[in-house]
Design a protein around this ligand. Sequence first.
Ligand code: PEP
Ligand code: MG
Length: 755
Amino acid sequence: MLETLRNIVQEVNSAESLDDALSIIVRRVRDAMKTEVCSVYMRDSSSGRYIFQATEGLNREQIGVASLAAGDGLVGLVAEREEPVNLENAENHPSFQFLPDLGEEQFHAFLGVPIIHQRDVLGVLVVQQTHQRRFDESDEAFLVTMSAQLAGVIAHAQVTGTVHQDLRAGEGAPAKINGVPGAPGIAIGTAVVVSPIADLYAVPQRQAEDRRHELRAFGEALQSVRKDIQAVADNLGSELNPEDHALFDVYLGILDDSAIGVEVIRRIKGGQWAQGALSQVMIEHIRHFERMEHSYLKERAVDVKDLGTRVLAYLQAEDIEERSYPDQTIMVGEELTASSLGEIPREKLVGLISVRGSGNSHVAILARAMGVPTVMGAVDLPYTRLQDREVIIDGYNGTVHLNPLPAVKQRFQEVLDQDRALTRDLESLRDLPCETLDGHRMPLWVNTGLMADVTRSLEQGAEGVGLYRTEVPFLLRDRFPSEEEQRQIYRNQLEAFAPRPVTMRTLDIGGDKALSYFPIEEDNPFLGWRGIRVTLDHPEIFLAQIRAMIKANEGLGNLRIMLPMVCNISELEEALELIHRSHRELLQEGISGELPPIGVMVEVPAAVYQARAMAKRVDFMSVGSNDLTQYLLAVDRNNARVADLYHSLHPAVLQALVAVAEASRAEDVPIGICGELAGDPEGAVLLLAMGYDILSMNATSLPKVKKALRNVHLSEARDLLKEVMLLDKADDIHQRLQQFLSEHGMQQFIHNPLD
Ligand code: PEP
Ligand code: MG
C-alpha cells in the first residue's frame, strides 16, 4: 500500500497543472481501491461552492458545471464536518442531494473524505460503488492517508496552475501564497531564482535568450563530463577489474545515448534554456528507471541522476560567470542561506523569498539587519517557475503575490511610498536620545555580524553593540579563520564603534548555523551540539577566539564578551576559567588591557530558573529571546509549519522575561535583551516597563523603537505591562499592544493584510 501511495503522490507531484493533478488522482485512486467511481470536488474560494472538478466513472461533461453549496449534499457534509462520511446506501442519508446529469444513480456505496491543507478545506475526494457495501476500515484509512498527503500537492498545483496559465496566456489569475514574515517591508520587483548547486529538481524554468549559445553550452558541458569520467576510468584503470570497468562504459553509454542528448537539444531549439531542458529530460528518465520492476535497472536511476547533475554543474558554472541582475531583484530560492545573500549586488536586491525556513532563521535575521523585505516558509510557491516574473512581497504579513489586480498593486505601492516617507521622517531622530516622555533613558544598541552593519548602525545612532554574531565571518569562509585573521576582523568592529561598547558573542554554531567546513549532522540540531557546547568541547577554537578578541581590544577597552546557549553553571564556570586563563597568558605575552566584562545569554529555560546563580558570576546578562521563545514553547524557530505557534508575546515568554529582569536586579547586574523582540515596538514598550537596561536590535528597527519609546511615558508602559500580564493569550496581548500603539499616534507601526 505504501508503495502505491508513494507512487501516486510522486506522479501527482509532477503534474503541470491542477487539472492534470486531479485527473491523475481520480484515475490512480480508482484503480488502487478497485472501485467504480472516484471524483474530486474543489472549493471555489469566491463562491464557497464545491465544484465537480474531476472524475473517473461519472459524467465528464459535468466537470466544472455541477456544484454544491457548502453544507449541501454529502459532499458538503464531508466538508462541513471535516471528517469522512462512509455510507452503504447514500440515498438513504438525509443529506443526500441528487445532482442531475452526473450519472451517479446506480452507485449506492459512498465514501467521501475532506482534503485539508493548513486547516483549510480545499475540497472533497469521493469514491463510489454500485453494489451496497460499506467501504471497510482499510479503504477509509487509505483514502484519508491519500487525501492528507495530496492536500499539500493540490495546494501547490493550484498555484502552479495559475503561474503556468500566466506563462502561456501572458496573464493569469491573481495568486496569493502564504508564508511567514521574514523581514518587514514591501517589495515589488523581478524574481531571480537561485538554485542550490547542481540540483536537477530545483532548476528554474525559463526561455533561452540565445538558443545557439544554449546549444553550445550544453554541448560543452556534455563534453566536459565525458572527459571527467574518462579521466576517472583511466586513473583507476589498473585497480579495477573488468566488471567494475564496465560500469564506466555504462556511464559513458548513457551520455552517448542519443535519445537523451537529442531530446535536450530538441527542447532547447523549442525555446527552453539549456539547464531547464536538461533537468526536464533527466527527471523523466530518472522516473522511467525508478518505475522499473527489476532492481538492477531501478538502480540505474541513480546513475542517470548523477550524470545529469554533473552536466548541470558545468552549465551552472558557466551561467554564474555571465549572470546579470535586474535593478529590482527579488531573490527566490528553496532554502536561502546567510551566504547566498552575498550573491546579488546589494543595490539591486529589494526582496527575498525562501520556500523553507521561518522568520527566526538566520537568513531572515540578516535580511532584517540589511533592511531587505523578506518572506520565509512560502511552501506552496512553485518557485522554479518564477524566473523573471513580477512579484510583490509583503514582509509584514508574510505573503507573496503573483498577478495582482491593479488596485491591489496600487495599494502595495502606496504602502511602499509611505514606508520610504517614514524612513525619512525617522532619520530626523538620529541624534535625539531615546528618552520617554517622563524622562527615562533607554540605551538602544545594535546587533551586528556583517561589516556592512557597522555604517548602517552608526547612521541610525546606535549607542553600542549588544550582540556581534561572530559566527557570521566564520560562515562566509571555507575554513576556520586563524587567530590573526580573527583579531583583524574583531579590531575593525571595536574600532568602528569605539568608545561605544561592543559585545562579542563567542562562536554560536550548530542549530541552523552550519559551517561548510565543520559539518554537524544531527537529528535534533537545536537540542544538540550548539553554542557553548561545541566550543567547550573544542577549547582550541574557543581559546583562539578569546585571544583574538582580547588582542583586538588592546588600547581600545570597549570589548565585552558574551557566552551563548549556557544551560548550567558548570558550563559557565568552565568558560569563565578559560577566558581568565587566556587573559593571564596574554598579559604574560605582553598584551596589555583589563579583563573585559563577561556576560551570559539567557536563552534556554534552565537559564531563566538559574538566572540569579548565573548573575552572581558575571558582569552582565542578556536575554536571547529568539531561542528562549523556541525552547519555552517547543516550537522550532525554522519550521514554517509551526510558525504561527511561535508567539514572542506568549504569556509564558513574558513571565520568563520578567523573572530574568527581577533576578538580575536582585544581584545588581545589568540586564539587556538582544533577541528580535527588542526591535519590535510592541515588545520594546513592555521591555521598558519590565526594567530592561539595554535593548539591542537590528539597525533597521532602531529608529522605529526610538520613535515608539519617545512617544510614551514609563508610567503608562508600566500600567500596560500590569494589564497584559493578566491576559492569558498571546493574540489578546498583541491586540492590546496594537491598540496602545495607535492610541499613542503610532498607527504606522501596525501592518494588517492589504488584500
Ligand atoms: C537569540 O537567540 O535571541 C539570539 C539573539 O541569538 P541568535 O538569534 O543568534 O540565536
Ligand atoms: Mg540564540
